[in-house]
Ligand binder design. Structure first.
Ligand SMILES: Cc1cn([C@H]2C[C@H](O)[C@@H](COP(=O)(O)OP(=O)(O)O[C@H]3O[C@@H](C)C(=O)[C@@H](O)[C@H]3O)O2)c(=O)[nH]c1=O
Length: 178
């Protein structure tokens, strides 16, 4: 596993070893005995499929004791993945970063607790997988509007396809960050 630190403290890009041969490849995408970097114990694995390029899911988080660290990756297609530091007291609070994740480069993004997360599909047919270290808890779900002017995330699109819930998400000043 190769680890690439990012400009915010905590998130990491992880590149598992890939054993290629004539048939294709084999890769251990997660092993609890790999001590290359400290990862939490993941209790839930999620998968979402997105039909259309230009679809945006986010920016989402869970509050308090239900806060989730996530390990995310693309199984088919490519996304622009965005995380926003919403950690109380963090010197980089409200800074965001974006990385491209694609099925081709095998990259996984580790997102610690205390980050809001979203992604924009850059291709049709995106299969996205993520593990979380806390269970889904609808009562503690939070969101910030994708185009919040204070955050000013550069998504590279003006009119993404959104769920009704994400289209109506609160702006940062009204959001309950927990
Ligand atoms: C997140 C989640 C949703 N659901 C249900 C609720 C709802 O009926 C349906 C779709 O939920 P959503 O519209 O919230 O799905 P989606 O917009 O894809 O939400 C996801 O977005 C990305 C960016 C994340 O980081 C995830 O943590 C999650 O918030 O799935 C679960 O059953 N378990 C879960 O863990």
């Amino acid at each position: 596993m190769r680890v690439e630190r990012l400009e915010l403290d905590g998130p990491m890009l992880l590149y598992p070893n890939v054993h290629a041969d004539d048939r294709g490849y084999f890769s251990e995408t997660l092993s609890l005995r790999d001590r290359t970097c400290a990862l939490p114990y993941f209790v839930q694995e999620n998968e979402s499929w997105t039909r259309r390029k230009g679809t945006l899911r986010g920016l989402h988080f869970q509050r308090g004791a239900s806060a989730q660290a996530k390990l995310v990756r693309c199984l088919t297609g490519t996304v622009r993945d965005v995380i926003v530091d919403i950690r109380a007291g963090s010197p980089t609070r409200f800074r965001w970063l974006a990385v491209e994740l694609s099925a081709h480069d095998h990259a996984m993004l580790f997102i610690p607790k205390g980050f809001a997360h979203g992604f924009l599909t850059l291709t049709d047919d995106v299969l996205f997988q993520y593990k979380t270290d806390a269970y889904y808890d609808p009562a503690s779900e939070g969101a910030v509007r994708w185009n919040d002017p204070t955050l000013a995330v550069d998504w590279g699109v003006e009119t993404p396809i959104l769920s009704p819930k994400d289209a109506a998400a609160p702006f940062l000043e009204a959001a309950n960050l927990g």
